[in-house]
Design a protein around this ligand. Structure first.
Ligand code: F6R
Length: 372
């Protein structure tokens, strides 16, 4: 049996039915996903023009990127690159308040696609009171208004998309602002993104709607995970960040539960959860997000995956999902991109509109009426 046949997915045919996908996909999430390489190209132009206007950015002692959801993940990606190719601490904050250490030597980058996320607005206000150096990435909203009134540099990106379909517009300016203050190694810098664009353009075709299921790794991944609880294990570094991204995309696009964790930490606690796995739930699926250079660069991590697969054994379906490309940036962006596509196809298999986010919208509306 082919790996991408799944008896729990009688809907599998939808992935090769362009008209049926179009009907479910009322707001065009698949088109936005296919256009990700163009978005990255545009984001590079916006970010380059923006950082050129920054007046004499000074090196901070530390950096805090603050944002939530789709606006935080670009910060995670930038922080994972800074951990390899930079020499100041960079953390990502997903809360109303910032850590107590922030002060005049901290660079705070506030990232909110809508510009209206209350946690980010609150963190922005705290950064201002603490006298931090600041920059914002947003399409506008209250954050855009406040920052402009305060004279804080704002990298404005085009609006009108779901934040999670705007990763190019959020990640690339964030990385560029970081690089302007703390020069990163070439392989981790925005320049490496330009070089990764041809690979992303090729991925857009081979994972896009017109590539049939038989040849399309994104459709096959969605199908294999359908009807199961996906657990995404990032095998280290940026793969841990992307495990969180894959989880979030399956949550938001496919409206399905998914979980994410990272090695080697998984080997020190969660590994034991597999003992009771079959009494807690059936139909788990473990997807290891991997880098082809792992075996050479981090053989102990590759060994950990082998042993973990044996420990999990037949308690779950298990698969490797490999990043593509030769450079670090290509591998990071291709692995991000495959998950974005797979989650959109997973939505179609579930018969749900990938763009709709009723639960998040309700929560934000209720909170906006709540005093205090
Ligand atoms: C919606 C999405 C959410 C938002 C989050 C914060 O597509 O991805 O996770 O990113 O609710 O909103 P913004 O990004 O506007 O600050």
């Amino acid at each position: 049996m082919s790996l991408y046949r799944n008896p729990r997915a009688p809907m599998a045919g939808i992935l090769d039915d362009i008209e049926a996908m179009r009907i479910i996909d009322r707001s065009g999430m698949l088109r936005l996903t296919e256009e990700f390489p163009q978005q990255c190209r545009e984001a590079l132009e916006i970010a380059t023009a923006f950082t050129a206007r920054l007046s004499a950015p000074q090196r901070p002692a530390n950096v805090v990127i603050t944002g939530l959801g789709g606006s935080a993940i670009g910060g995670d990606m930038a922080a994972s690159l800074a951990a390899i190719g930079g020499d100041v601490p960079v953390i990502v904050n997903r809360d109303y308040s910032l850590p107590g250490f922030v002060g005049p030597n901290t660079l705070v980058i506030a990232s909110s696609y809508s510009g209206n996320t209350e946690e980010t607005l609150s963190a922005y206000a705290q950064a201002r009171s603490a006298g931090c150096r600041m920059a914002c990435v947003t399409s506008g909203g209250e954050l855009g208004r406040m920052a402009e009134a305060d004279g804080v540099p704002v990298c404005r990106v085009p609006g009108g998309r779901p934040p999670r379909a705007s990763t190019g517009f959020l990640f690339i300016p964030t990385l560029s602002i970081l690089h302007a203050h703390v020069p990163l190694a070439k392989s981790c810098s925005p320049g490496a993104i330009s070089l990764a664009l041809p690979l992303l353009e090729a991925c857009s075709v081979k994972w896009g709607r017109n590539a049939p299921l038989d040849e399309n790794a994104a459709k096959q991944t969605a199908l294999r995970l359908h009807g199961r609880i996906p657990i995404f294990y990032g095998t280290q570094g940026y793969r841990g960040v992307l495990a969180t991204r894959w989880k979030g995309q399956f949550n938001e696009n496919a409206k399905a539960h998914a979980f994410a964790y990272v090695l080697p930490e998984q080997n020190h606690n969660e590994i034991l959860g597999w003992d009771q796995a079959l009494t807690q739930a059936q139909n788990w699926s473990v997807a290891y997000l991997r880098d082809p250079q792992e075996t050479d660069e981090t053989p102990r991590i590759a060994k950990r995956v082998d042993v973990l697969k044996t420990v999990i054994g037949n308690r779950a379906d298990q698969m490797d999902i490999w990043a593509e490309g030769s450079t670090l940036m290509e591998r990071m962006l291709s692995l991000l991109y495959l998950g974005d596509f797979a989650s959109v196809y997973a939505a179609f298999l579930n018969g749900v509109d990938p763009t709709a986010i009723a639960g998040i919208d309700l929560l934000k509306a209720e909170l906006s009426q709540f005093p205090g």
